[in-house]
Design a protein around this ligand. Structure first.
Ligand SMILES: Nc1ncnc2c1ncn2[C@@H]1O[C@H](COP(=O)(O)OP(=O)(O)OP(=O)(O)O)[C@@H](O)[C@H]1O
Length: 221
């Protein structure tokens, strides 16, 4: 089942064309690797897909709906979960608090009531699914290893049940074994019907993907 479609997408910073005529579709239950040389526009493409920037031309459809017609806050709090190389967690909070905060922001953006106890239970549950023990879930972020922090970031991205996970170099700061563990988590997510889209320079991550999308640097000559 198709969850996202990019139709003839282009993006420029002023006169500088970064992406040109990108068309592709993304299905539920699959892992996609977006690869290409440094500067080819991979992160820019993720920004467009996550609604943080608007394409200069072309259309993005998410679950059949044109993205530009959607409320971006709601879209980012419901349809997609985003994961970064440097985790982007709030370091003053514990792991479980990071996940709960994301649930609360999502509920607010979707105009839903916040149930703190239910959120707390479900945040511990998600962290346990990601392999964190209860005492680890109660630890502040900087007292967790890089691999554990990335697991928290994945739990946070999943906290409001999005269909699509967008990850920008999610294993870039991790050793090989931890990289394999994180890819195992993404594989399980895809098995459970999520669409996982990963920007990566890692040949291992690209090999783990079901499909590889190569971005070519736009020729300015
Ligand atoms: N805010 C900005 N203003 C102008 N140009 C920008 C801006 N952000 C990025 N760029 C340019 O857009 C191009 C694509 O950048 P992007 O980060 O998307 O590439 P990338 O393929 O993700 O690179 P890398 O693999 O090195 O992370 C680069 O030439 C970059 O300099």
């Amino acid at each position: 089942m198709e969850v996202m479609k990019l139709e003839n997408l282009s993006f420029s910073y002023g006169e500088h064309s970064i992406l040109k005529g990108i068309s592709c579709t993304f299905d539920a239950g699959k892992i996609y690797a977006i690869v290409g040389k440094s500067g080819a526009g991979k992160t820019t493409l993720l920004s467009l897909m996550s609604g943080l920037a608007e394409p200069t031309e072309g259309t993005i459809f998410c679950n059949g709906k044109e993205m530009k017609l959607e409320d971006k806050y709601e879209y980012r709090s419901r349809s997609i979960g985003v994961i970064f190389q440097d985790f982007n967690l709030l370091t003053k909070l514990t792991a479980v608090e990071n996940v709960e905060l994301s649930m609360e922001i999502s509920a607010e953006n979707s105009h839903k009531k916040i149930d703190r106890q239910a959120n707390r239970d479900s945040a511990y549950g998600l962290l346990a699914e990601m392999g964190l023990r209860r005492d680890e879930a109660d630890r502040r972020i900087l007292k967790l290893s890089g691999g554990q922090q990335q697991r928290v970031a994945i739990a946070r991205a999943l906290s409001y049940g999005p269909d699509i996970i967008l990850a920008d170099e999610p294993t870039g700061n991790l050793d090989e074994e931890t990289q394999r563990e994180i890819m195992g988590i993404f594989r399980d997510l895809a098995k459970n019907g999520k669409c996982v889209i990963i920007v990566t320079h890692s040949s291992y991550v690209a090999e783990c993907a079901d499909e590889k999308i190569e971005l070519k640097t736009v020729n300015h000559s």
